[in-house]
Design a protein around this ligand. Structure first.
Ligand code: NAD
Length: 270
């Protein structure tokens, strides 16, 4: 069901790779709510061609940008502002990648070259996007930026590896930049900490099946799906949440505040 929550609003969606991607669902929901979109992903992801389907469905241009490149991010912002003839009202940040996770290198043995790359893509990229957006006055007053996070920023989940550090920094950047952008232009910046979700990035984490089943049992409402995450994020892009900023918002069916559930106790007793 659509409520016209984003009618007249314009936004950039990073990180839609395929139909499983959280960003893909956010783009679909934002479009349904009346928003006009620009879609972006790394040039290598665009070569897979999947994003064209979403672009057609949402009637949105695709502009390639590697989020680790200043030139790419500047070009994305310039072209987006040309396309919309002005600034945007919202941005979804969803790029993430860890080479250490991909190569199965345990946290204590992390390779720092890989760590730097993952940090650049998964955390520093939020700062880069915000810095270039601010310089170019690319986000309209009362605009909203949402980045996606995970509870490994607060608590230890061993196989989440160096992505835990990346998420902790991502949340910190949202808080700190949220201060400056709030004062400068009333732009709000939040992170949404989502349940484990079956996507390309999510499934790359070792032992993901066990991980997702455990979270399901530990959440009074069960795991939140990517579609439900998209529902939540469109409210954060809407004018109904104008005074929420610098927050890490858990969207996890209650997982973050649950000590233990009867389902888990029963299983432990078996
Ligand atoms: N899936 C989960 O369990 C889960 C849970 C909580 C948070 N998140 C977060 O949600 C966000 C979206 O991930 P997803 O699960 O939808 O997976 P996904 O694999 O669909 O999305 C990750 C995206 O990052 C993009 N990306 C990688 N390197 C890039 C670069 N250099 N420049 C630009 N884009 C780049 C990929 O192309 C891809 O589109 C991520 O921040 C992820 O950490 C995921």
């Amino acid at each position: 069901m659509a409520y016209n929550l984003l009618k007249g609003k314009k936004g950039i969606i990073f990180g839609a790779l395929n139909e499983q991607s959280i960003a893909w669902k956010v783009a679909q929901r934002a479009h349904e709510e009346g928003a006009e979109l620009v879609l972006t992903n790394a040039p290598i992801a665009l070569r897979m061609g999947e994003l064209n389907k979403l672009a057609e469905e949402c009637n949105a241009p695709v502009i390639g940008a590697d989020v680790t490149s200043n030139d790419d991010v500047q070009n994305l912002i310039t072209k987006t502002m040309e396309h919309f003839n002005g600034g945007v009202d919202f941005i979804l940040h969803a790029p993430a990648m860890s080479v250490n996770v991909r190569k199965g290198i345990r946290y204590p043995e992390n390779n720092y070259e890989f760590t730097h790359k993952g940090f650049d893509i998964s955390a520093l990229s939020l700062h880069r996007v915000l810095q270039f957006a601010m310089k170019n006055k690319a986000i309209n007053e009362w605009g909203s930026v949402v980045a996606l996070s995970y509870i490994a920023a607060q608590r230890v989940f061993p196989d989440y590896n160096d992505m835990a550090d990346n998420k902790a920094v991502l949340e910190s950047i949202a808080r700190n930049f949220g201060y400056y952008y709030g004062v400068e232009n009333k732009v709000r910046i939040n992170t949404v900490s989502q349940s484990p979700t079956r996507t390309t990035a999510g499934s790359g984490v070792k032992g993901f099946d066990g991980f997702i089943n455990y979270a399901e049992k530990m959440s009074p409402l069960g795991n939140a799906t990517a579609d439900q995450c998209a529902d939540y994020i469109v409210t954060l892009f809407s004018d109904l949440t104008r005074m929420v900023t610098m927050q890490n918002l858990f969207h996890d069916g209650g997982f973050s505040y649950t000590g233990v559930t009867e389902a888990v106790i029963n299983q432990m007793g078996e």
